[in-house]
Design a protein around this ligand. Structure first.
Ligand code: TNX
Length: 534
């Protein structure tokens, strides 16, 4: 009876909300009709059956139930409790041996069979009396929680939210079944050109998690700075970490701080992929250790934005001892399988010198138990079938690498580079590859963009953010959003579910949540942004 009455009230509330006049808009476009629940979802799930006619209401009595003894689901339960403001109540989380039967008002997190394939698939069922979020693995449950989150009112994103009995938080009833198209859904942060603090990187990780991204590639060294402690080569950070583009103070992560990023990311099902760019883009290392230079003389630190002028001395043995130490130390604090060696834009070596270098480094990485990733210039080298090529040069194809058995990450600069300006009026960013408006970031197919390459060779998509013009996380957010959300959908959602006009409407629906999160997103004039949802 209680359930029935609650359901009835919830239904009436949803109904009454839906009949409210649409909110005023900041955009010049006319405000579209009241938002359907599906319009709150980015990336779009595979199967969505939702109704605005009934809802699950979260109150301070709601309980999150997780199977006893499953620490990963318990952690996800805590994440959800924090998010919806349940942490303040006495006992929001209950572990239980049997997840089947429970009273009303519970959100169940479960491991079990779902109708979509793959380890990251999930099923979200919302009924007036209960919510079930089921995944084949914990990752799936986490993604189900993110979808559930997007169906809740945006005000829950405010840090100080407290559940109020008179103001239930409602999720529309229905069912979502979902799984990602690609296993690699990445973002890259260049913390070398401008250093970003641990907290700034955590913020980026949070925003990635909301969009079901699962790889954070950190570009940890370049001409302008070395950003991670290497205990056996301390001058890399003591000297090489002390500046950045424009001459600012730079900075670096101790291995302990880096580990805290790894853990923070892991809790959000994101794998950190460390990159030490070599043999080029190495002025910070060369400035820190004279013996890494062929001349035996250390150059001065560099704070400009030119590329291609530096290279490790590939003919000296100490160079490989250095690389082995770096791969060993970073590898030891990186649980993920990958080590990115850069390999881009080397203008001072012969092709033979370059390929020999990459092949030797590949052996080092393999010996240290990691899989090598490199920018697409590494393709002419003899590659192991486990090596991965990151395609970035728009006018080239990753075919050569694929014929050698390598897999490809798609980051074509004219679609996926978040450091490109949106248009001529964008105050920061570059434009050497293209101006990339939201549609350009969204409206492409990674499989079709890789000429002559079968889809099975494509691991996924990654959106790099180079930081020559990015001074802090506010700038990063401005260039990343909304385009990173567009690229997350390119990576997650299958082609037949993707459509620009539909995406525009769903992207518009993110504005209230992003505003509640305090995000500095670009209010692109192409999107009819919503002001609020209720
Ligand atoms: C090219 S993409 C680079 C970076 C620059 C970027 C600027 C790549 C592998 N190399 O060194 O930061 O362009 O857009």
């Amino acid at each position: 009876m209680r359930t029935f009455v609650a359901a009835l009230i919830a239904a009436m509330l949803v109904e009454s909300c839906a009949t409210k006049p649409p909110a005023a808009s900041t955009s010049t476009a006319t405000q579209p009709s009241p938002m359907s629940p599906t319009q709150q979802l980015v990336p779009v799930p595979a199967v969505v059956e939702l109704t605005a006619n009934s809802a699950f209401a979260i109150t301070s009595d709601t309980i999150i139930r997780v199977p006893a003894g499953d620490s990963r689901l318990l952690a996800i339960g805590r994440f959800l409790a924090d998010l919806i403001g349940l942490s303040a109540s006495a006992e929001p989380l209950r572990a239980e041996a049997e997840t089947g039967e429970a009273g009303p008002g519970a959100v169940h997190l479960q491991i079990g069979e779902v109708q979509e394939s793959g380890d990251e698939a999930y099923e979200l069922t919302i009924a007036p009396e209960r919510v079930t979020i089921k995944g084949r693995t914990a990752a799936g449950v986490f993604y189900g929680v993110q979808t559930f989150r997007q169906l809740l009112p945006p005000f829950i994103e405010h840090e100080a939210v407290r559940l109020d009995k008179n103001r239930p938080v409602r999720a529309p009833a229905g069912r979502i079944v979902d799984s990602p198209r690609f296993e690699w859904r990445g973002a890259m942060l260049d913390v070398a050109r401008h250093f970003l603090s641990v907290d700034e990187v955590k913020r980026y990780i949070d925003l990635m998690a909301l969009h079901k991204l699962n790889r954070l590639h950190l570009h940890l060294a370049d001409d302008q700075g070395w950003r991670i402690e290497i205990k056996s080569w301390p001058n890399l950070t003591a000297h090489g970490g002390t500046t950045e583009v424009g001459g600012g103070p730079g900075g670096f992560y101790s291995q302990q701080q880096y580990s805290s990023l790894v853990t923070y990311a892991q809790e959000r099902f994101i794998t950190i992929v460390p990159e030490i760019d070599m043999p080029g883009h190495t002025n910070a290392a060369l400035a820190s250790y004279a013996e890494l230079n062929c001349t035996g003389k250390a150059p001065v630190l560099y704070t400009g934005i030119d590329v291609g002028f530096s290279a490790l001395c590939v003919d000296k043995e100490i160079t490989y001892e250095f690389i082995d130490d770096v791969v060993r130390e970073i590898g030891a604090v990186t649980p993920g399988r990958y080590f990115h060696v850069g390999g881009d834009e080397v203008k001072t070596l012969t092709p033979a010198q370059y390929t020999q270098f990459i092949e030797r480094v590949q052996t080092i990485v393999q010996t240290r138990g990691k899989q090598m990733i490199g920018w697409d210039e590494i393709a002419p080298a003899k590659l192991l079938p486990t090596s991965i090529v990151q395609h970035w040069r728009p006018k080239t194809t990753p075919k050569e690498a694929v014929t050698k058995g390598a897999k490809v990450i798609m980051s074509p600069a004219d679609r996926a580079y978040l450091d490109m300006k949106y248009d001529t009026s964008t105050p920061i960013g570059l434009n050497w590859a293209a101006f990339i408006d939201v549609r350009r970031a969204y409206d492409w197919d990674p499989a079709a963009a890789a000429e002559g390459v079968p889809e099975s060779a494509i691991l996924g998509v990654e959106a790099p953010l180079w930081t020559e013009t990015v001074g802090n996380i506010r700038d990063a957010e401005f260039l990343a959003f909304p385009r990173l959300a567009a690229l997350a959908e390119v990576a997650w959602s299958r082609t037949e579910r993707r459509n620009w006009d539909d995406f525009k409407g769903r992207l518009a629906g993110q504005a209230p949540r992003w505003t509640a999160l305090g995000m500095n997103f670009h209010r692109s004039p192409d999107i009819p942004w919503r002001v609020h949802v209720d």
